[in-house]
Ligand binder design. Sequence first.
Ligand SMILES: NC(=O)c1ccc[n+]([C@@H]2O[C@H](COP(=O)([O-])OP(=O)(O)OC[C@H]3O[C@@H](n4cnc5c(N)ncnc54)[C@H](OP(=O)(O)O)[C@@H]3O)[C@@H](O)[C@H]2O)c1
Length: 235
Amino acid sequence: MLSEFEGQVALVGGGTGALGRAVSASFLEAGATVIVTYRRESEFDTLKHAVGPGAARLSGYGVDVMNESGLTDAISDLVARHERLDVLVNAIGGYLAGAPLWETETSVLERMLSMNLHSGYRLARAVVPTMLKQGRGALVNVAATAAFNHMPSAGAYVASKAAAVAMIGSLAADLKGSGVRANSICPTIIDTEANRAAMPGADHSAWSKPEDIARVILFLCSSDARLIHGAAIPV
Ligand SMILES: NC(=O)c1ccc[n+]([C@@H]2O[C@H](COP(=O)([O-])OP(=O)(O)OC[C@H]3O[C@@H](n4cnc5c(N)ncnc54)[C@H](OP(=O)(O)O)[C@@H]3O)[C@@H](O)[C@H]2O)c1
């Protein structure tokens, strides 16, 4: 059966990360051309090997989201090359926490905002004009349940995720009726190597698998989800 993603172009910000890898692999399996952003060339090489024959439809840009002009240049180049962009998934993000707010350096807040808020802002700014010209497109920004469940000793992190959800909600309102949809997904803890190393005694079987979250993202970007717009979906 021909997948609706065949011939489509999907950009996965942070597409070599733990969740990003699964998202990239899912879109490749569904037949899309996938472009990832990454910071370490070695991680991009690992992804290329992991996806096997799908690697023929995989390319990437080495770019740090902190470098706004670098990111904008990369997206402009992508749009010029592919002349379309159907999907943006932003899986760039990070977690710094562990101390009450008054013992947390301001630099932690700045870093959380850069990784968890600015990444989505900059990527969306760069891709939405192309999607609006097409009159279609789907964006999914990866937030976290921490956007709503404000646990202690994580003020900078929860603030950055809450802000990201609010930003995508407002973007969705901007895009109403345009054919371009924007949603957030809000994972709880994901079964990644990094989390297993950090919490060796935890019950890993209870954690969400990156592949299962990737499936939700693929669905959100599909035409079956055409009525879902401006949602923040817990996964
Ligand atoms: N893991 C969890 O339990 C969990 C739970 C809830 C929500 N989330 C969210 O899910 C998303 C993916 O998480 P993950 O576990 O897959 O994390 P990850 O493995 O660390 O992947 C994050 C990706 O973002 C990239 N990145 C970080 N800072 C960047 C920057 N300044 N410029 C460009 N790229 C940058 C990383 O590149 P480098 O490898 O080069 O740093 C990496 O490829 C994040 O938004 C995270 O907050 C994760």
